[in-house]
Ligand binder design. Sequence first.
Ligand code: LLP
Length: 421
Amino acid sequence: MTSGPDGFEFIGNVLHAGPVNLEALAESCGTPTYVYNAGVIRQRISALQGAFAAALPPDKQPLLAYACKANTNGAILRLMAAQGLGADVVSGGEMMRALKAGIPADKIVFSGVGKTEEETTAAIQNEIRQINIESAAELDRLIDLHPPYPLKIAFRLNPDVEPGTHAKISTGQGGSKFGMPADEISNLMDRARRHKNLLPAGLSVHIGSQLTSLDPYETAFRRLADLARATGAKTLDFGGGLGIVYRDEKLPDLKDYAGLVRDILAPAAMELIAEPGRFLVGAAGILLTRITHLKIAPDRPILILDAGMNDLMRPALYDAVHRIVPVRTTTAPQMLVDIAGPVCESSDIFARRQTMPAPAPGDLLAIMDAGAYGASMASNYNSRPLPAEILVDSDKCDVIRKRQTFDDMIKDEIIPEWMAE
Ligand code: LLP
């Protein structure tokens, strides 16, 4: 059996991940649990590759450097490696994960404003493809580290563009901590050229995440291409940011996105790199959770789940809305509810005023589109163990991260000897 177009579909009355019955899965694995469908990830990769293949000649196909931060599970990274993807990493930890998963070093790009000396040294030692630098201070550091071979570097442009997404996931506007203005980059490239083992080969840009319009991309790409022409930079890394449908967002056509790359960036570049994160994994995951209590409150009933903001931070952090669907369809009358987690914070709310068939404690719900920035941002807040993660791939269904135990959670804590007795 193959998975449906969105990978999570009702078979009879029960929601399935591909062929896997989510009620049965919750029974055997417990909740809360992230469940991913590998087929969806492959579909998204081929949709993006297909759009670029149709728009650009073979020698201009972008390297897809998966932005690991979206979902860093080792099995997901292996899946990316098997599809030939590279990785965009933002820490030494992500770099090690990508290498361990078999992503070749020459497909790894290192982004981020705060690489430490140890992280930069590790990137040089591992001979990764390129380091995207974000400040003059970072260039000074690289000069001091004397790379033993011509190290490719790219400079991240701050294109001063409003990406039109949530403020906390916007990065391309002037004054943000990300990237540098064009004139500063020109000067730094000249400086870098004076050092024989620094190869100021490229430019990068990333203006924000969950973008639903191509307009800000267009402006940012034009500024990137102009700077490439002015500086002779030949590798253009155009970041990630493509939005997905969480509710009813109207998204740009991939064909038009690839068209912008063809029309604006390709003529100015010899080599292109993209850093998609959410687009590849967001729709491929759900968070499976059980209703712990149905709390009768003055305004309307509140469903209290066994998943909280520590498991999925997006609603609390960015007011993000994820669809929430009962795993079993019923004919119960519709009811208006709020849906909250158990964490002791007012922000631990997943939905307000949602209509759903009258739920009962013990019922299972699926929080949809939780494959990106879900598990990778989970924490132990309120001393809640990290959730389990499961990967469904056609007829295979595997635990790819065990549920954390209480002992796992405290194993690195040390009680000073004088307190022990
Ligand atoms: N490249 C760079 C340099 C980035 O900083 C990011 C994301 C990406 C690529 C991938 O962006 P994507 O294609 O996934 O939009 N936690 C937030 C999203 C933060 C994104 C941070 N940077 C959320 O849950 O919405």
